[in-house]
Design a protein around this ligand. Structure first.
Ligand SMILES: Cc1cc2nc3c(=O)[nH]c(=O)nc-3n(C[C@H](O)[C@H](O)[C@H](O)COP(=O)(O)OP(=O)(O)OC[C@H]3O[C@@H](n4cnc5c(N)ncnc54)[C@H](O)[C@@H]3O)c2cc1C
Ligand SMILES: O=C(O)[C@@H]1CCCCN1
Length: 388
């Protein structure tokens, strides 16, 4: 297609997944439009903030496998744009030695021959000062893990997309989608047509899918992003090689507690709980539940004695959860030229480059370069409410 307002592909949502998808499409010479409801950059979705964890440590092989290529794609983008997007810190994984969840993480890394170091109670504090390893807990370090500079990554990939001729229209909300061999997308500012459409709308996915007669079992929750003050400045700093960490489960909680070394805000360590309470993405801050902060406070008191046990700064972010916490990467069940990337369940940032590649392949009708069976819509079976 060549007339103005006509594209090969339209991508809705300029978070990490939509931005990487648009970039991959432009790399394949597709005339691509990336639509975003808010002025960029913004902090209303799931991709804002300075940092995210990147890791190979997972409790399922398919994620660890996907990360192989993904690390290479991150490095490729760094080279292409001449920016640093990743800092290696290692990821300290801790959890009850005999629990299924901790063992799954450990065994998955071992099976995949991922570089790792197992720590013992005897040598733990020598390697990781200022952290108390609970009695009965095991610990190991995923060596290649680290921190991604999230905001910078988003700016970079959007910039590369534009350099390839891609068009970004921000401050433009998609108000309607008319499926067909040529998809028509109406926004607050105009009407566009394309051969294919990719929906990567994060917490707003079901609102957009309603125009296509599909609803997915997604739950949107607000996460309190907490920063905790170091009693002695620098003691948990990235420059002192303090790692990212992940507690698979613990005395305080069933869900993960995780943290990143102090870096973006001097003297403050980011530690969060991997769960929140349900929210409407348009009224996020009406959700004021702070029970996660109480859980974190108890954990900090018990295990991180060098931190003040109440957060100095609390920011907000949202997860879009699927029932099994695996992503949705698939074509629309009724319209093959509408592709959906959703439900990243609080762990999708690190996969951005590979997800962009996969969604691009789906929208071009190519054979996906990864096995997408864990991510297909049909796994929800009866839970998928479809009016089709
Ligand atoms: C606190 C927190 C910590 C996390 N930590 C990690 C981590 O350490 N490692 C990791 O890998 N992942 C992590 N994640 C998860 C990761 O950040 C998300 O999986 C990822 O950002 C999801 O990106 P997205 O593009 O799907 O969604 P979003 O970033 O929400 O993007 C969707 C975009 O679509 C736009 N949009 C929606 N509707 C419309 C419309 N009608 N018209 C136009 N535009 C529209 C929205 O405005 C938004 O910009 C974390 C998430 C949070 C919240
Ligand atoms: O994706 C991640 O690596 C982190 C781990 C813990 C929960 C939040 N996300």
């Amino acid at each position: 297609m060549s007339a103005e307002g006509e594209y090969d592909c339209i991508v809705i949502g300029a978070g990490v997944q939509g931005s990487f998808t648009a970039y991959q499409l432009a790399k394949k010479n597709q005339k691509t439009l990336l639509l975003e409801q808010f002025l960029l950059p913004h902090s209303r979705g799931s991709s804002h903030g300075q940092t995210r964890i990147i890791r190979r440590a997972y409790d399922q092989d398919f994620y660890t496998h996907m990360m192989e290529e993904c690390y290479e794609l991150w490095a490729q983008l760094e080279r292409e744009a001449g920016v640093k997007l990743y800092r290696q810190t290692g990821l300290l994984v801790m959890g009850p030695e005999n629990s299924e969840s901790y063992q799954q993480f450990k065994v998955t890394l071992q099976r995949n021959k991922t570089p790792m170091v197992v720590l013992t109670h005897d040598n733990f504090s020598q390697h990781i000062p200022n952290v108390n390893l609970a009695p009965g807990d095991g610990a190991f370090v995923d060596i290649s893990a680290g921190v991604l500079f999230a905001d910078r990554a988003l700016r970079t990939v959007q910039g590369q997309f534009q350099k390839l001729g891609g068009v970004i229209r921000d401050n433009e909300t998609v108000t309607n989608i008319k499926p067909g061999p040529v998809v028509t997308v109406s926004t607050s500012a105009g009407v566009y047509r394309a051969k294919s459409l990719v929906i990567t709308a994060g917490p707003w996915t079901n609102k957009l899918l309603a125009h296509t007669g599909l609803q997915l079992p997604l739950e949107v929750v607000k996460i309190n992003v907490c920063y905790w003050k170091e009693k002695v400045p620098g003691s948990y700093n990235v420059k002192r090689r303090f790692p990212c960490f992940l507690l698979t489960e613990g005395e305080e909680a069933k869900e993960h507690i995780y943290g990143l070394p102090s870096n973006e805000y001097p003297g403050l360590v980011k530690i969060c709980y991997h769960m929140g309470s349900e929210t409407d993405p348009d009224q996020r801050d009406k959700q004021t539940d702070r029970s996660d902060i109480e859980i974190l406070g108890r954990y900090v008191t018990r295990c991180l004695p060098g931190l003040v046990p109440e957060p100095a700064v609390v920011e907000s972010c949202m997860y879009t959860l699927t029932p099994d916490r695996h992503f949705v990467l698939d074509c629309h069940p009724a319209y093959i030229n509408i592709v959906i990337g959703a439900g990243f369940s609080g762990h999708g940032f690190k996969f951005g480059p590979v997800i962009g590649k996969l969604l691009c392949e789906l929208s071009l009708g190519e054979m996906p370069s990864n096995d997408l069976s864990p991510f297909r819509i049909r796994r929800f079976h009866a839970k998928t409410k479809s009016a089709l």
